[in-house]
Design a protein around this ligand. Structure first.
Ligand code: PGA
Length: 258
């Protein structure tokens, strides 16, 4: 059972392409200075679409170990879909990951579990690693039905998938009440849900898939709580918003093992 830890920086709608250039160089420098082992923890950034070409240029030119991806993708190949970005476009930009189903897209863009599942399918078929996000709102947490709710989101998105395909994705559990609020779920809260997700994958897709699929926690993860989160049995990394916008804090999190 060897799951490579993953630190993923979700920049959301922050940083223009010049700032992106600066941040990627800063992260690379921090990690280089500390002899970071990219095999020990994969490091991935998710810039806005308009920054990806710039990130590609630096990563290629300096042969950086940092990987990058997109925050969303279209389920269509091309055509009359104003504002959308296709898998082929992302492929040309050297992306290796694609996020789908972030709570901000579910909430502000009305994305359903079915659409999120279709995006994950589209991304996987195009050769990307999907990062499938899930997570409950505060009311659901207060009602005590968070585990059921999250498993429902995942099962709806992955209905009909093969065990092999599910093993190739990354799941990110992000309780909405902990996103950008400074309110982290306790590591026990995070482990409870991440453990339940792995158990559900075991029931639905078997041991090999459950043991291979990486599960991230997201929601106010920061340098101060990352070690404790990473010590949990079923947490394989973090999807990091605010703390990923500073080279020092993001690099420190990537070196959680040090
Ligand atoms: P946060 O965001 O780390 O700023 O809470 C996490 C996310 O929404 O991916």
């Amino acid at each position: 059972m060897t799951r490579t830890p993953l630190m993923a920086g979700n920049w959301k709608m922050n940083l223009d392409h010049l700032e992106a250039n600066h941040l990627v160089q800063g992260i690379a420098m921090e990690l280089k200075d500390h002899h970071h082992d990219y095999d020990r923890c994969e490091v991935v950034v998710f810039p806005p679409f308009t920054d990806i070409r710039t990130v590609q240029t630096i990563v290629d030119a300096d042969e950086l170990g940092i990987k990058y991806g997109a925050q969303d993708v279209s389920i269509h190949d091309n055509g009359a879909y104003t504002g959308e970005i296709s898998t082929a476009m992302l492929d040309k930009l050297g992306c290796s990951y694609v996020i789908m189903g972030h709570s901000e897209r579910r909430e502000y863009h009305g994305e359903s579990d079915e659409l999120v599942g279709a995006k994950a399918r589209k991304a996987l078929d195009a050769g990307f690693t999907p990062v499938l996000c899930c997570g409950e709102a505060l009311e659901v947490r207060k009602a005590g039905t968070h585990v059921e709710f999250v498993l429902g989101q995942i099962r709806a998105a992955l209905a009909g998938w093969s065990a092999e395909d599910v093993a190739a994705i990354v799941v990110a559990y992000e309780p909405i009440w902990a996103i950008g609020t400074g309110e982290t779920a306790t590591s026990q809260d995070a482990q409870e849900v991440c453990g339940a997700i792995r158990q559900a994958l075991r029931e639905d897709f078997g041991d090999a898939t459950a043991d291979a699929t990486r599960i991230l926690y997201g929601g106010s993860a920061n340098p101060g709580n990352i070690k404790e989160l990473m010590a949990q049995a079923d947490i394989d990394g973090a999807l990091i918003g605010g703390a990923s916008l500073k080279a020092e804090s993001f690099a420190e999190m990537a070196r959680f093992y040090a």
